[in-house]
Design a protein around this ligand. Structure first.
Ligand code: PLP
Length: 390
């Protein structure tokens, strides 16, 4: 074997084969042959990575994967779902501008919008189940409208095509599809301009990654990437690699959790320890008809249970009774988890603000994982039976 130049020590010896699993490019920077090549990379005439904050092969591969799955020109990768949302706000809105958000939206997203008010961005909210409210809020300073495909934790469904049709062409509809993934809906095929995901959730699906993704036009992705680079919202190559691996099983995982969640909603509905089960497959859900039309395969792995009883006390009794289902303030892990929106995702809201959007203190969110329906049904029913007795 020939001796390596000291600057190449530790690099793999060139090989005629390629690894079956893509390598991780855990590198801060990339060696550039000379200034001519550098200029061509900057001009877009050659593809090359220079500095990982701007681009990295693992990020590019994942960005291309999400663009393919969403049917868009481009994709982009961020350090987290909030990183993606932050880049969208910072790229599209400036002081004096206006943005409109669905009122039933992830708590931190609402918090982000409130922070943006400090920088002169005005925020309005609307009820996404009543799209007519949207038209009256649009002004000539409105820069985008943000909704979730299926809201957290009450699972209200947005009619993406209906909303996009109400907006003037120059106002982008941004859709957070974290709960649904491209397996269940492709918002940009229904009139949205940008779709984003907290890939920390189903897209990765194993509870071991913090990552955000966006997909849309090539120009829009360029803008978001440029913002992410300036504000340091870039991801880590290893997380992109893990997420790429998670994506390989996305179709199987979504199929299984949709089926289990629907069956659980049906079998828990009506239990005497529950005031209400929230799931769009149930006829009493506000989005039942719309969900049947937009989500024939299901709305994902979330269902919410409103416990009969009062406050933290009944929630604690239920969580302690459900011994094998952990309480974890996340969702979309491969295992089933429980969360309490009032004290986790929506804790920064006042009790009255939570009540106004239908989130009471007795609400428990179940994120259904890959266990069998029979196992989950027996564990949840046993916990509900136990709190009925105590
Ligand atoms: C619907 C939704 N959007 C965005 C986010 C933020 O994503 P991340 O936790 O990856 O920053 C979350 C996180 O739970 C979420 O549930």
């Amino acid at each position: 074997m020939s001796q390596q130049h000291p600057s190449r020590m530790g690099h793999p010896v060139p090989s005629v084969t390629v690894p079956s699993s893509p390598p991780i490019y855990q590198s801060t920077a990339f060696d550039v042959p000379d200034l001519d090549v550098l200029e061509k990379i900057h001009a877009g005439e050659l593809h090359g990575d220079i500095y990982t904050r701007d681009s990295n092969p693992n990020h590019t591969a994942l960005a291309e994967s999400i663009a393919t799955l969403e049917g868009t020109e481009g994709g982009a990768v961020f350090a987290s779902g909030m990183g993606a949302l932050g880049a969208i706000f910072l790229s599209l809105a400036s002081a004096g501008d206006h943005v409109i958000l669905a009122q039933a939206i992830y708590g931190k997203t609402m918090q982000l919008a409130h922070r943006m008010q400090r920088f002169g961005i005005n925020v309005s909210t609307f009820d996404a189940t009543n799209p007519d409210e949207l038209t009256s809020l649009v002004t000539d300073r409105t820069r985008f409208v943000l909704v979730e495909t299926v809201s957290n934790p009450l699972l209200e469904v947005s009619d993406i095509r209906g909303l996009a049709n109400l907006l003037p062409a120059e106002i982008p509809l941004v859709v957070d599809s974290t709960f649904t993934t491209p397996e269940l809906i492709k918002p940009c095929q229904q009139g949205a301009s940008i779709v984003m995901h907290s890939a920390s959730k189903y897209v990765n699906g194993h509870g071991d990654v913090m990552l955000g993704l966006a997909a849309g036009s090539a120009d829009m992705m360029k803008r978001l990437n440029s913002t992410a680079s300036v504000f340091g919202q870039n991801a880590n190559p290893f997380e992109s690699w893990l997420c790429q691996r998670g994506l390989r099983t996305l179709p199987l995982r979504m199929k299984q959790i949709c089926r289990t969640t629907q069956e659980l909603a049906r079998s828990l509905n009506g239990h005497p320890s529950l005031r209400r089960v929230y799931h769009p497959s149930l006829e009493n859900h506000v989005s039942h008809k719309l969900a049947q039309r937009l989500y024939p395969a299901g709305t994902g792995g979330i269902l919410s249970l409103e416990l009969a009883g009062s406050g933290a006390e009944v929630v604690n009794r239920f969580m302690r009774a459900a011994t094998s289902i952990p309480f974890a303030p996340t969702l979309a892990d491969a295992r089933t988890t429980l969360s309490h929106p009032a004290s986790t995702s929506h804790r920064f809201m006042s009790a009255s603000a939570r009540a106004a959007v239908g989130i009471c203190d007795e609400l428990v969110r179940v994120s259904v994982g890959l266990e069998s329906f029979e196992q989950l049904q027996s564990e949840l029913l046993a916990a509900l039976d136990m709190i009925a007795k105590t």
